[in-house]
Design a protein around this ligand. Structure first.
Ligand SMILES: Cc1cc2nc3c(=O)[nH]c(=O)nc-3n(C[C@H](O)[C@H](O)[C@H](O)COP(=O)(O)OP(=O)(O)OC[C@H]3O[C@@H](n4cnc5c(N)ncnc54)[C@H](O)[C@@H]3O)c2cc1C
Length: 379
């Protein structure tokens, strides 16, 4: 045996799982096709949003509360500041599904929040255009995370606890066997007890049988110049999701003291091959961005100054696959986080480690059960 556990893909989830597993004393080999903390995966682009009043479903709230504690643990162990809770605004039509789900999350878990209406909202947050039928919800347990620094911090800690992380080493094949798993990477064979698949948007390339369940999609991140920089710093501007009709802009305050990230995140488009992602911006995307920024974010000059595309794996129901891969011995999957997984990363790392070590977890992950989308004989 080369290690107790092999981790395929040391990106967001892989780095967190490596940290948790190595800390618990397991021997770990991680395989990463690029460098650690690279900008070509789902972990690039300077910031990720953390929200607790969750519009993707109240069932995530307990995981998010645990994730927050683990982000703090990662900060203490690494000495790096990773999660800043400066609040989060969800602004949308009061009868929209997203706003109703945010309110349900708040109600079910008695989350700290404020609700602002009409004039009061416009006075407190002049950065946004707010319409009469909008509801403005301030989630007090929200903020932003530093993604690249988080991946590197977790990876360094994993290595400190003895994990071997092999960068620029792409895995070509995994062969589950009754007594472990064989991993073929760059012409060499490794044998491990169990394997964790955290290959994000590339999962369908490694495991073609999962192509229909894990679809790579392209998300464009864009940055704009604020008209008044002071109004867009973290002490004045919470992270935000500004939704109205077809428009959905999510963003963070100015972190570099010059630009504000505001990106159009509705209905990302599938891409054929994750290895040939178009990273630049299409002219029609600029037009849509200009239109939505003009309509909803008067704080910004509406021409983007920076744009870069990234990818994530999306499942048909936008909930990840986390658990045993049906019909494959000794194989756990944690993939398909559908554009909203970063905030959960450390709890996904911990749950993956529990599944690998004990075969079960105390967290409720029924909504992420791979069996709901994959039958036992899916191939
Ligand atoms: C633009 C964008 C904005 C987002 N915004 C937010 C947000 O604000 N808040 C939030 O919570 N979430 C957000 N998300 C979602 C979140 O970032 C992702 O869900 C999460 O990062 C996915 O993690 P992952 O580990 O599955 O994938 P990744 O982080 O991409 O990791 C996969 C790793 O596997 C490696 N790999 C793949 N195949 C192989 C192979 N065969 N051999 C070796 N290595 C391999 C890849 O190189 C990569 O490093 C966003 C995503 C994107 C793309």
């Amino acid at each position: 045996m080369d290690a107790d556990i092999g981790i395929i893909g040391v990106g967001t989830m892989g780095s967190m799982a490596a940290w948790q597993l190595a800390k618990k004393g397991l021997s770990v080999i991680g395989f990463e096709q690029f460098g650690i903390g690279n900008d070509r995966t789902a972990a690039g682009g300077e910031s990720r949003l953390f929200r607790t009043a969750y519009m993707e479903g109240p069932e995530y709230v307990p995981m998010l509360q645990e994730a927050k504690k683990l982000w703090r643990e990662l900060e203490t162990e690494s000495g790096n500041s990773l999660l800043t809770l400066n609040g989060g605004l969800m602004i949308g039509e009061s009868n929209s599904l997203e706003i109703k789900t945010v309110l349900k999350s708040i109600e079910d878990f008695k989350l700290e929040h404020e609700i602002l209406e009409g004039d009061q909202a416009a006075i407190c947050y002049p950065q946004f255009k707010i319409y009469d039928d909008d509801l403005v919800i301030l989630d007090k347990e929200a903020g932003f995370i530093r993604p690249e620094l988080s991946v590197v911090s977790a990876s360094l800690l994993a290595m400190k606890h003895g994990a071997k992380l092999m960068k620029y080493t792409a895995v070509d094949e995994i062969i589950p066997e009754t007594d472990g798993v064989r991993i073929i990477a760059e012409g060499k064979t490794y044998k491990v007890g169990k394997v964790l698949i955290t290959t994000g948007a590339w999962t369908g390339k490694l495991l073609p049988a999962l192509k229909k369940q894990l679809i790579p999609k392209r998300l464009l991140l864009t940055w704009f110049t604020p008209k008044n920089l002071a109004e867009t710093k973290a002490n004045k501007l919470p992270i935000f999701a500004r939704m109205r009709g077809d428009f959905r802009l999510t963003g963070a305050p100015s972190l570099d003291g010059s630009m504000v990230k505001a990106s159009y995140t509705k209905d990302p488009l599938p891409i054929e091959d994750p290895s040939s992602l178009y990273r630049d911006v299409y002219p029609e995307e600029i037009e849509k961005l200009r239109e939505s920024v003009k309509a909803l974010l008067p704080m910004l000059y509406p021409d983007p100054v920076r744009a870069s595309a990234y990818m994530d794996a999306y499942t048909p129901d936008n909930h990840a696959l986390l658990g045993e891969l049906p019909g494959k011995n000794n194989t756990i999957i944690a993939s398909g986080f559908s554009g909203h997984g970063f905030k959960l990363a450390p709890i996904i790392g911990r749950i993956s480690s529990e599944l690998l070590i004990e075969g079960k977890t105390k967290s409720n992950i029924n909504h992420l059960d791979p069996g709901r989308l994959l039958s036992k004989h899916y191939k």
